[in-house]
Write a protein that binds this ligand. Structure first.
Ligand SMILES: O=c1ccn([C@@H]2O[C@H](COP(=O)(O)O)[C@@H](O)[C@H]2O)c(=O)[nH]1
Length: 264
């Protein structure tokens, strides 16, 4: 089943466009709980409330020796009907990009990946060739320094709009989407208006302070799917032994709030 079919099915089944981000930091985990147990606890407690999970590769790579195997085990733990978006922000020369794509899809088993477009089409092509996988291209990111490059004027358009236009033109197989941060709602709206059908992965609500309401309303219009990612606000809702139950409560509240905004 291709990524878009899978995420649309999970969205419908769970009535949710909430994606839970898995960013496990050993120093923040409840006492006596390891990274795998923590992620499994979060997944078991929330899988009926989400349309996707987004493990961030950095937090697993930072575990050193067993990082990759832990990440693979976590991905394998996600129920089959829920897609996994690996947040790895990859991008390199073609030969290396091929290895990154094999790692994300063949080795780790992710259904989608985030990629960085700075090195151009050939750095993304090895990912795009996996036509049943989702490829989310960084467009307008949520961090404070995003404007340094992404807002530069490129012949009357900001660079992030040029990226969005290119991604649309590369989307012949229908497997591409954009990463657009929640912290700049006007720019999110402009990108959605210009690209009504590209799936958008929207991080930056919760800990980064982006507006949930505007992310939901601007990201989800007509046929356009806006996947709302929340990581720390959910996974660290409690630092005690009740972490999984607290994550469920936080995810349920967010899922329902998102649905209220969608219904307005
Ligand atoms: O523009 C971007 C792109 C990716 N991210 C990632 O999403 C999560 C956000 O975590 P929160 O705890 O909900 O702030 C994290 O993995 C980032 O690396 C992003 O925030 N912004």
């Amino acid at each position: 089943m291709n990524f878009l079919t899978k995420i649309t099915g999970a969205r419908r089944h769970n009535q949710s466009c909430l994606c839970v981000g898995l960013d496990p930091e050993p120093g923040k985990l409840p006492a006596g709980i390891g990274v795998f147990e923590f992620c499994k606890g979060i997944i078991d407690a929330t899988y009926d409330l989400v349309c996707a999970y987004k493990p961030n590769a950095a937090f697993f790579e930072a575990l050193r020796d067993d990082g990759c195997s832990t990440l693979k085990k976590v991905i394998n733990t996600v129920p089959n009907n829920i897609p996994v978006i690996l947040d790895a922000k990859r991008g390199d020369i073609g030969n290396t990009a091929k290895a990154y794509a094999r790692s994300a899809f063949d080795e780790l088993g992710a259904n989608a990946v985030t990629v960085n477009p700075y090195m151009g089409f050939d750095s993304l092509e090895p990912f795009i060739e996996y036509s049943d996988k989702g490829i989310f291209v960084l467009c307008r990111t949520s961090n404070p320094g995003a404007a340094d490059f992404q807002s530069l004027d490129c012949g009357g358009k900001p660079l992030y709009q040029v990226v969005a236009d290119k991604v649309e033109s590369w989307n012949r197989q229908g497997n591409l989407g954009l990463v657009v941060g929640a912290t700049q709602p006007d720019e999110l709206k402009a990108i959605r208006d210009a690209h009504p059908t590209l799936p958008l992965l929207i991080p930056g609500v919760g800990a980064q302070g982006g507006s949930l309401e505007l992310s939901v309303k601007y990201g989800n219009t007509g046929d356009g799917l806006g996947i709302i990612n929340v990581s720390r606000q959910i996974i660290y809702a409690s630092s005690g032994p009740d972490f999984a139950a607290a994550a469920r409560t936080a995810a349920l509240k967010l899922r329902d709030e998102i649905n209220r905004y969608l219904a307005e």
